[in-house]
Design a protein around this ligand. Sequence first.
Ligand SMILES: [Zn+2]
Length: 433
Amino acid sequence: MEAKSLKEAKLLKNGLLIDGTGNEVQHGVDVLIEGNKITAVGKNLSVPETYAANEVDIIELNGKTIMPGMTEAHLHLTWQDALYIQDIDFKPIEETMVTAILNAETLIKSGFTSAVSAAARGRVDIAIRDAINRGEFVGPRLLANGAEVSATGSFVDLQPNHVRVHGLAILADGEDAVRRTVRSLFKEGADLVKVNVSGESLSAHARGEMTLYTYKEVRAAVEEAHARGKRVYTHARSSDSVKICVEAGVDIIGHADFIDDEAFEMLVANKDRLFVVPGLNWLVSTLEHGAEYFGQEAIDATGYAEGLQIALKNMRRLYKAGVRVLPGGDYGFKWCPHGGYARDLEHFVKLVGMTPMDAIVSATKYGSQIMEMEDRIGTIEVGKLADILVVDGNPLDDISILQDHSKLNVILKDGEYIARTLEISHEAETARV
Ligand SMILES: [Zn+2]
């Protein structure tokens, strides 16, 4: 990758600005990007005199939407659109690595310029994060995770006891084992760790309503993470598991579907420090397509149909109470493949009842907060890094257009083109006085 020249600028002209703050849209807005930063936002901006005419790319948008790049808040780069979770568990790590690199590219080309991993196999995330940061290949800003810290008998304990491979989980029972595992994951370079506190109803012996870790085990993980300035991301569907997470100081709670009133109040009381990522598309897509692969009986047995309704009701009330609910949908299975990430925004609008603007804020501004990069990304404001999308159409009128990659006319990360289908022009020398 070429070194970034500061003598390189881009001027996006005449866009519909959705700036990510939740403020009203503005028409006819120009955005100037110098190097990797947004340096001006306003009407009728001109090419700064300090540049030669050919140093500034001018892109005429004709009213297309300018918005911040989005954040996928529940990513699994190492899930390779598998049919069975066992396929993920058993796939040789070398092949997994190749697919994960391709998934990183798919993610950013889907308009998601940053992502929080919610677990990965081996050191794959870590190696990919570092390679992206070195500019060796294209991908999002990534918070890397490691294998899922899980109790024996949890839903990711997929192997018969007489066969153990280094799969998607590390089994750790008891406080000491959890501590040791979490320490080793951070030693390897993870930004955060994933802890499975509840079960998951695709697995009959460890259903979503079951709580599979104790408070002390979860607290041990949190202590080890926080001692290093790092965070814990949990899988927590059952009400008790969510209560344990809040009490133990967990930072990011995945799912939170089955919360009772007490768990709801606990989340609300802690809304300034934690995030909820429901992973709704996992449920929606499994209900839509699961029967094609597994038969209706198996899908009925998961209880997902009822579970989805409960999850929607709870997400609605969390959203109304001001809890930050973020998009992220466990993509990486045959029936919910990588690339569909923006479906979660549509679910937020159509199923949870968010306004389209709030769904975009959750994917952008809240995304920057879960990335711990609020001062640098997530909104289109002067001084922020240029992670920007140009969308053909207005996602406030139809949120589903964000799923159509052909409508993502320009994708910029850190001021560089990741995708561009619009023409660039340069100011003619003669235009200069
Ligand atoms: Zn997940």
